[in-house]
Design a protein around this ligand. Structure first.
Ligand code: URA
Length: 301
């Protein structure tokens, strides 16, 4: 029996594959987050190869997750204080995904991640390895800005992580670059800090996606510390080689896992309550702008 020793997600499990490559213990995931689960894609009788959703199916499913996040009120304080929900931006079929911490003031204003100084540095570093922002997908641990730029709280990370796992499952990157401590600790499910693990790639399974996780320093931290910037630049320079390895071997998932990390019924219920509250607080115009905007119209992905 083959064993994949680290599976990340809400329900961390050791995945064991028997001789027929069946999964005997599932990691996290949410059938309700996927659009293709209702089309028999994960029917146990259908091989994962045949049932693999297309890039456009995954993109449509990602849009649904986008819509859910726009209505999310799981963190009462963040929902009450945010201007926008910063879902993430970039190529919905990216090989390389970055995960930062949380939106700051500029991101909250514009609804797009990494648009401030740290974002400019990220773009510069990408340029140095011959890549553009449009080729990658950039997301955060939290989709809403913690006021006033305080650290994300454990309960907020817990509330929001299902969206990130789902983004990973749908975008299907080969490499995930975690930027700084929060995303690194979350996705490695380990409290070891970024200073000790930066620049060391490892293969992990997140949700249903095996990826090469590559922790690096957060660009915001490197902005003001020349030695850290140098290290970040060196770590960045190894990205092309890592990408050239392609995606790690994937677990064959015979069937959609149970929903339990984020309950869609609960999200819908929350959304209805939020709509009512938002309409009271901001008027109907603000409600439609915040809740229903199409990702394409915002140039997100
Ligand atoms: N820092 C982050 O971690 N994320 C952003 O989107 C911007 C700054």
């Amino acid at each position: 029996m083959r064993k994949i020793t680290r599976v990340l997600g809400d329900r961390v499990a050791i995945v064991q594959l028997d001789d027929s490559a069946r999964v005997s213990s599932l990691g996290s995931g949410s059938a309700d987050f996927g659009t293709w689960s209702s089309t028999n894609a994960y029917d146990p009788g259908v091989s994962a190869q045949e049932s693999e959703p297309s890039a456009s199916q995954r993109r449509e499913a990602l849009k649904e997750v986008y819509a859910q996040t726009q209505r999310c009120v799981r963190c009462a304080e963040l929902a009450a204080t945010r201007k926008t929900v910063v879902f993430g931006a970039g190529n919905a079929d990216a090989e390389l995904m970055f995960v930062g911490e949380a939106p700051g003031a500029s991101e909250d204003e514009q609804g797009v991640p990494f648009v401030g100084q740290a974002g400019k540095l990220l773009e510069t570093l990408l340029g140095e390895i011959g890549m553009t922002r449009g080729e990658v997908f950039i997301a955060n641990v939290l989709k809403c800005r913690p006021p006033p730029n305080r650290d994300p709280q454990p309960v907020e990370i817990d509330n929001c992580k299902g969206y990130l796992y789902r983004q990973v499952e749908l975008i299907q990157p080969s490499v995930i670059c975690t930027l700084g401590n929060f995303s690194t600790k979350l996705l490695r499910e380990d409290p070891t800090g970024i200073t000790r693990v930066h620049g060391q790639p490892e293969v992990l399974t997140l949700g249903r996606r095996a990826v090469r996780l590559y922790p690096i320093f957060h660009p915001a931290a490197a902005l003001y510390t020349p030695r850290m910037l140098e290290t970040l630049r060196e770590d960045f320079a190894r990205l092309p080689d890592l990408l050239a390895l392609g995606a790690p071997e994937q677990v064959q998932w015979p069937q959609a896992p149970e929903l339990d990390d984020i309950d869609l019924a609960e999200v819908r219920r929350d959304a209805r309550d939020a709509d009512a509250r938002t309409a009271d607080a901001r008027g109907a115009d603000a409600t439609s702008a915040a809740g229903e905007s199409e990702p394409d119209q915002m140039g997100l992905f």
